[in-house]
Design a protein around this ligand. Structure first.
Ligand SMILES: Cc1cc2nc3c(=O)[nH]c(=O)nc-3n(C[C@H](O)[C@H](O)[C@H](O)COP(=O)(O)O)c2cc1C
Length: 202
């Protein structure tokens, strides 16, 4: 089939986010100017540069108690920092709990019964015990076409790697099995990897 999004897809469910899969999940922690903590998953998330290392996530839609966006973007606008917590398969249910539509003053760490740790380089909480966490300073927030579509870019200024995931100097994802987002209500997890050398590589 072929469809043009502006004219509709004619399917029972929008296939768009089933096409761009699997997507990593950035579990974004942020802190408001009043000191309250926030946590939410974003699968429009990726790494976008090496030097300096940079990441992005995209927020689509708005909360009724926010000025045209969601709490994560609102907080990052106020304080300029955020942390990306990496989601292991074992954390799938608490990650999902943290995605609920909570009032802006609700702390999703508490709602999902998660322990916090302080970030080292930024004034923000992170989820204790995640396989990895990226402490980020926001570099820009870009408004996209459409209603309440924003991309938040950040420079990674601190990196936490859980010791049990380090094997012979490599970060071994099979130890924790990264959770990834598929379309609809579907997820997957990484349980095996294989390697390919690039052309002209030894
Ligand atoms: C696995 C998963 C991925 C999600 N990805 C996104 C996303 O990329 N962008 C988005 O706007 N919302 C996404 N959501 C929904 C947000 O997590 C949800 O709207 C949340 O309440 C936003 O929280 P906040 O207002 O505290 O930022 C996702 C939810 C789940 C469960």
């Amino acid at each position: 089939m072929f469809y043009q999004p502006a004219q509709g897809h004619g399917l029972p469910h929008n296939p768009f986010n089933a096409i761009v899969t699997p997507r990593p999940i950035g579990w974004i922690s942020s802190r408001a100017a009043d000191g309250s903590d926030n946590l939410a998953p974003y699968s429009f998330f990726n790494a976008v540069a090496y030097v300096p290392p940079q990441v992005m996530f995209a927020s689509t839609g708005a909360k009724p108690d926010r000025d045209g966006t969601k709490d994560s973007v609102g907080n990052i606008r106020e304080t300029g920092v955020f942390c990306v917590n990496i989601v292991e398969y074992a954390a799938k249910d608490v990650m999902n709990t943290s995605s609920g539509l909570y009032d802006r003053d609700i702390d999703e760490f508490q709602a999902a019964d998660l322990q916090k740790e302080a970030c080292q380089t930024i004034d923000c909480a992170r989820v204790a015990g995640t396989p990895a966490a990226l402490e980020c300073k926001m570099t820009q927030i870009v408004r996209l076409d459409g209603d309440a579509n924003f991309v938040v870019f950040g420079e990674v200024v601190g990196v936490h790697l859980r010791d049990d995931c380090m094997k012979d100097g490599l970060f071994d994802v099979t130890t924790y099995q990264p959770l990834a987002r598929m379309g609809y209500r579907d997820y997957t997890r990484v349980t095996e990897v294989f390697s390919l050398n690039r052309p002209n590589e030894a």
